[in-house]
Design a protein around this ligand. Sequence first.
Ligand SMILES: *Cc1c(COP(=O)(O)O)cnc(C)c1O
Length: 308
Amino acid sequence: MFNTVIHRLRDNFYGNNLYMKRDDLIPLYFGGNKVRKAALFFKDLADKNRDWVVTYGSISSNHCRVVANIAASKGIGCTIVSPPANDSVGFNRRLAALLGARVVTCPLEAVKETIAATLAALSDAGFQPYFIPGGGHGELGVEAYVLAYQEICAYEHDNGVFFDYIFLASGTGATQAGLVCGQLLRGDQREIIGVSIARKNPAGAQVVRDSIASYMLGRGAPPGLKRLSFVDDYVLAGYGSYNEEIITLIKAILLREGVPLDVIYTGKAFWGMRQYIRQWGITGKNILFIHTGGTPLFFDRLKEVERG
Ligand SMILES: *Cc1c(COP(=O)(O)O)cnc(C)c1O
């Protein structure tokens, strides 16, 4: 559906050929994996004739910004339920506000009730609300990356290359689950490595496994999953935490490759990928990194990158 560009990087880290799939360059809503997922949710919303969208996400959420933008472009209302922020207001939240999204803040333990109350209030006011889980989680989110996996395979076929490894930033895990389901449905062999940016194992991997199992079940396909690589060695102190090395790497990749990365997702995962390649002595392989987007987050840390 989107068929984003794949290009080779100049850097040959430890004798590997590095490639990047540029989902950040999806030509709408500042791109990113959240556009792929949200596009399928909004199709479902239209099929069901709903007229207001409700979703959930943090202050830095790419997902919320994308949902707000698509809602604005379709002329439907948008409400974002969000936990109280412990970070300063960044570009994603500012954009969501600019796009007309209403933000309802609530404590973490009251999220479920707040979402239910928001949906009920909209129904009472005569709207037909549609709920999108945080991050675009769920089967449609998984489906989005089954389709992306097919794009990767088509690229390989057309260009006579095979990626031995696919690395990506894994958060809620729907993106990774989609790629893994794409692989299971196709039956090819390669490593798909989700670099966790927040969650620790075993819980982090379990969420991905559950997503894979329920998608495969829904397709009437055998579960098939044997091994899952959800690597939690590089989460540092959890969601949003980063270090000086990541800042330095982000600057280097911008200068050498012309590609913006951010500290929460892509920069952290790219750093984790490099650690992983070094730790496991991977060399002479074709490696694809999926740039899952988040361009506004790059600008949130521009000052630090300038100093880095
Ligand atoms: C949300 C997000 C991810 C993680 O995607 P999941 O499907 O939740 O694992 C990765 N990168 C970026 C830029 C994101 O916004």
